[in-house]
Design a protein around this ligand. Structure first.
Ligand SMILES: *[C@@H]1O[C@H](CO)[C@@H](O)[C@H](O)[C@H]1NC(C)=O
Ligand SMILES: *[C@@H]1O[C@H](CO)[C@@H](O)[C@H](O)[C@H]1NC(C)=O
Ligand SMILES: *[C@@H]1O[C@H](CO)[C@@H](O)[C@H](O)[C@H]1NC(C)=O
Ligand SMILES: *[C@@H]1O[C@H](CO)[C@@H](O)[C@H](O)[C@H]1NC(C)=O
Ligand SMILES: *[C@@H]1O[C@H](CO)[C@@H](O)[C@H](O)[C@H]1NC(C)=O
Ligand SMILES: *[C@@H]1O[C@H](CO)[C@@H](O)[C@H](O)[C@H]1NC(C)=O
Length: 413
C-alpha cells in the first residue's frame, strides 16, 4: 500500500514538473517573439550610425553639404566627391583607407571624425561659434578652396585659430592642390612645388627650327572666357599700342572677339597660333599667388612663348627661360624684348629647350588622393593655423576695413 501510494505521488509530481517545463518553454518562446523585433530594429539603427571602433579607416566629414544642398549645387560644383571610399578607389590613390561623408550623423559622435573639411563657400557664410559640431582637440579642421582671395576675402576674426590644415591650389598649403602637374620626361611627377628645382643646364634643341621659320605674326591671345577681356583690357591696350610702334599686331581670338577660331574650336586656335605666332598671351582670371590654371597646360603644349602676367611666382610653375613675365618689365622694355626675340630666331629657340626635359598635364580638380595620404602621414602633433586670414590674403586688413566702411555707408541714410 505504501509503495503504491508513493508511486502515485511521484507520478503526480512528475506530471507537474512536466507541465512546469512546458510552461517555461512556451514562456521563453513568447518572450523571444515579443523582444526580437525590437532587438533587430535597434541593431538596424546602429548600422546607419557607425559606432566608431579603432580601425585604420579615416572618416572625413565635408561640412555644410547635406543631401539637399548637394542636389541643388550639383551644376555649380563639378568637384563634388563621391561619398564613402569609392572616390579613393576610383582614383587609384596610394592610400584608400579614407571614408568621405556629407552627413554628420554618419558617426554617432562628431568627435570621431578624423577630419572635417570646410569649403570656402561655407566658410564665408558660417559663424564658427554656432556650428552645431562638437570638436575634439585630436581632430583636424581643414580649410579647402579652389577659389582665390580676390573673390573670397575672409574677415571673420574667429577664423584666426580655427583651422589645423589648408588644402588649396596654393603651393604653401598643407595639402597643395594645383591645377596642373609637371612631369619629368621619364614620367616622374616633379612639380609644381615651392622652391621647385629645374634641370640647370638644358641642352640646346634644334628640333623646332623649321617650325619657327614659318612664324610671321607677333602676339595672339586665345580667349576662352569673355570676362577675361574686360578684366585685362588695360594691359592689352597698352601692349597693343606698344607693339604698333614696331608694326606688330596683337590678335585676339575667341567667341567674344572679331577674329574667330577656325571651326570655332579652341584647340584648332592653338594649332594656328603655334604655326603662325611668336607669342601667346596667357592671362588668368585672378592675379593671385600660385593661381596658375589649366589654360597654362594648353599654352605649354604649343610652340609659342607664353606672355604671363601676375604676382604668381611662375618660377615654381614654368622652367626658367621658357616664358616672359610682363610684370617684370615696363611696356617699353617688353616691346623691345619681343621685337628682339622675333628678329633673333636663335635666341627665340632657346625658350623651347625645356621640352626635352618636361611636359605638362592637367590635374583634375576633383583629385582627392593627397587628402588621404596626408591623413595617413599625420603623426598626431598639434598644428594650428595662426594668422590664417593674413596667410590667405596679406592685404586682408585693408580690404576688410574697406568692406566694413562700405557696409556702414550703404546701410545708413
Ligand atoms: C544639431 O545636430 C543634431 C545632430 O545632427 C541635430 O539633430 C540638430 O537638429 C542640430 N541642431 C541644429 C540647431 O541645427
Ligand atoms: C626622373 O628624373 C628626375 C629628374 O628629372 C630624377 O630625379 C628621377 O630620379 C628620375 N626617375 C627615374 C625613375 O629615372
Ligand atoms: C624656399 O626658399 C626660401 C628662400 O630661398 C626659404 O625661405 C623657404 O623656407 C623655402 N621653402 C621651402 C618649402 O623649402
Ligand atoms: C607693317 O606690316 C605689314 C604687314 O604686316 C606690311 O605690309 C607693312 O609694309 C609694314 N609697314 C611698315 C612701315 O613696316
Ligand atoms: C610629426 O610631423 C611633423 C611634420 O609634419 C614633424 O615636424 C614632427 O617632428 C613629427 N613628430 C614626430 C613625433 O614624429
Ligand atoms: C586644431 O586646432 C584647434 C584650434 O586651434 C586646436 O585646439 C587643436 O588642438 C588642433 N588640433 C590638432 C590635432 O592639431
Amino acid at each position: 500500500m505504501y509503495t503504491i501510494s508513493y508511486h502515485m505521488k511521484e507520478m503526480i509530481l512528475k506530471k507537474n514538473y512536466l507541465k512546469l517545463v512546458i510552461c517555461f518553454t512556451f514562456g521563453v518562446i513568447a518572450l523571444v517573439i515579443i523582444i526580437l523585433p525590437h532587438v533587430l530594429t535597434n541593431s538596424r539603427i546602429h548600422h546607419r550610425r557607425h559606432i566608431r571602433y579603432a580601425t585604420d579607416l579615416k572618416y572625413i566629414l565635408f561640412w555644410g553639404k547635406t543631401k539637399s544642398h548637394r542636389s541643388r549645387l550639383a551644376h555649380h560644383k563639378p568637384t563634388e566627391f563621391l561619398p564613402g571610399q569609392r572616390t579613393f578607389i576610383n582614383q587609384k590613390c596610394p592610400h584608400i583607407n579614407c571614408y568621405i561623408t556629407y552627413e554628420k550623423d554618419t558617426l554617432a559622435n562628431d568627435e570621431d571624425f578624423d577630419a572635417v573639411v570646410f569649403d570656402i563657400d561655407y566658410v564665408l557664410k558660417m559663424d564658427v561659434n554656432f556650428l552645431n559640431l562638437t570638436r575634439s582637440p585630436e581632430q583636424l579642421y581643414i580649410f579647402r578652396s579652389s577659389e582665390t582671395p580676390e573673390k573670397h576675402i575672409l574677415c571673420d576674426h574667429d577664423l584666426e585659430y580655427f583651422f589645423n590644415m589648408t588644402w588649396t591650389y596654393r603651393l604653401d598649403s598643407d595639402i597643395p592642390q594645383p591645377f596642373l602637374e609637371i612631369y619629368s620626361s621619364n614620367k616622374t611627377l616633379v612639380g609644381p612645388k615651392t622652391n621647385m628645382s629645374w634641370v640647370e643646364r638644358m641642352r640646346k634643341s634644334k628640333k623646332f627650327s623649321n617650325k619657327i621659320k614659318e612664324k610671321k605674326k607677333a602676339v595672339a591671345w586665345v580667349l576662352t572666357k569673355c570676362k577675361l577681356k574686360s578684366k585685362h583690357a588695360d594691359f592689352i591696350k597698352e601692349l597693343r599700342n606698344e607693339l604698333r610702334g614696331y608694326n606688330y599686331t596683337l590678335d585676339i581670338y575667341g567667341p567674344c572677339s572679331q577674329k574667330k577660331c577656325p571651326g570655332g574650336s579652341a584647340i584648332k586656335c592653338y594649332k594656328m597660333v603655334e604655326k603662325e605666332y611668336f607669342f601667346q598671351i596667357v592671362l588668368e582670371e585672378y592675379l593671385s599667388k600660385d593661381y596658375v590654371t589649366e589654360v597654362m597646360v594648353t599654352a605649354m603644349s604649343h610652340l609659342a612663348i607664353p606672355i604671363v602676367l601676375g604676382p604668381a611666382d611662375y618660377s615654381d610653375f614654368l622652367p626658367p627661360g621658357s616664358y616672359v613675365n610682363a610684370q617684370a618689365f615696363d611696356m617699353k622694355k617688353l616691346g623691345a624684348l619681343l621685337d628682339y626675340l622675333i628678329k633673333n630666331p636663335d635666341m627665340y629657340e632657346f625658350f623651347f629647350d625645356w621640352m626635352k626635359y618636361y611636359y605638362y598635364q592637367v590635374r583634375s580638380r576633383s583629385h582627392v588622393c593627397d587628402l588621404c595620404t596626408k591623413l595617413n602621414q599625420y603623426n598626431g602633433t598639434t598644428i594650428v593655423k595662426t594668422e590664417f586670414r593674413k596667410w590667405w590674403d596679406p592685404d586682408y586688413r585693408d580690404v576688410c576695413q574697406r568692406k566694413r566702411l562700405y557696409k556702414l555707408f550703404n546701410t545708413e541714410p
